[in-house]
Design a protein around this ligand. Structure first.
Ligand code: URA
Length: 230
C-alpha cells in the first residue's frame, strides 16, 4: 500500500494534506523519516505521524481474562473456545495473539490487526510474556541462572532464550519469557525436574491484565496499551 493512502485511511488528512505531511518529513516508517508519498508500506510497517503511532481505523484490540477449561481457538462454534466469551459481533474476524493452554488462565489478547499481533507473537520481536507459576516441588536455587543461560527443551534444536525469574515463595515464581514455544513454561520447569501445577499469564509486553476483569471478562485495550506494542 502507498504511504499517502495509508495516512488518509488512518487520519483526518486529505490526500493533499497527507502528501504535504510526508514531504514535510512528519512521517516516520520503521523509525526512518520518509518524504516520498508513493513509498510502499506493508502489513509489518510501523508508521508514526508527529509522534503518534498510526493504526488502521476500525481495527479492534481486546484483552480477555481466560478462565480454566477454555481453549484458545478461533473456531467460534467450539463451545469451550474463548471466542464464546465475546459477543457474535465483537468476535468477527478476530484472531488470538498468542494462545494459552486449556489449563492456563489469564491474559489473552485478540485483534483483527495482523501486523500489530505479529509484533507480539514473532520470536524476532522478543516481546516479553510474564507468567505466575505454581510448582509441585520447591523451586531450585539455581533457577534464575539456568533460565538466564537457557535450557534445553525436549525435541528443540536450540536452548531457550534468556528468561527472567522472580522467586515469590518456594512454590511460586514470576517468569518472563521472550518467545512462545509450545507448552514452553511447563517444559522449562520439566527441564529442571519440576512440574507446573498452575499457570497464569499476567502481562504481555507493556500490557498488564486488568485486575478489575473477572475470570471470563474482557474489555477493549486503551490507546496507550495499543501503542505500547512496538
Ligand atoms: N507456557 C505453557 O506451558 N503454557 C501456556 O499456556 C503458556 C506458556
Amino acid at each position: 500500500m502507498r504511504l499517502d493512502k495509508f495516512i488518509c485511511a488512518c487520519t483526518e488528512l486529505s490526500r493533499t494534506q497527507a502528501k504535504k505531511a510526508i514531504s514535510n518529513g512528519d512521517i516516520f516508517v520503521d523509525d526512518a523519516s520518509i518524504t516520498k508519498s508513493s513509498f510502499k508500506i506493508d502489513a509489518q510497517s510501523k508508521i508514526v505521524y508527529l509522534g503518534r503511532r498510526l493504526l488502521l481505523q476500525g481495527a479492534r484490540y481486546i484483552m480477555l481474562n481466560k478462565p480454566l477449561d477454555t481453549v484458545c481457538t478461533s473456531i467460534d462454534d467450539d463451545a469451550r473456545s474463548v471466542m464464546g466469551l465475546l459477543g457474535a459481533e465483537e468476535r468477527k474476524a478476530l484472531h488470538i495473539a498468542g494462545r494459552l493452554d486449556i489449563d492456563t488462565t489469564g491474559l489473552v489478547i485478540l485483534t483483527d490487526d495482523g501486523a500489530w499481533s505479529h509484533r507480539i507473537t514473532s520470536p524476532k520481536k522478543k516481546c516479553g510474556k510474564r507468567y505466575r507459576v505454581r510448582l509441585i516441588e520447591p523451586v531450585s536455587e539455581n533457577v534464575a541462572t539456568c533460565f538466564k543461560q537457557g535450557v534445553q527443551l525436549n525435541g528443540e534444536k536450540n536452548l531457550t532464550r534468556p528468561a527472567e525469574v522472580e522467586i515469590l515463595s518456594p512454590y511460586e515464581v514470576l517468569l518472563t519469557i521472550h518467545e512462545g514455544k509450545y507448552h514452553q513454561v511447563k517444559r522449562m520447569f520439566a527441564a529442571l525436574n519440576n512440574r507446573v501445577i498452575q499457570l497464569h499469564r499476567e502481562k504481555v509486553g507493556g500490557i498488564q491484565l486488568d485486575e478489575s476483569l473477572g475470570s471470563g471478562e474482557w474489555r477493549y485495550l486503551t490507546a496507550a496499551e495499543i501503542s505500547s506494542v512496538v
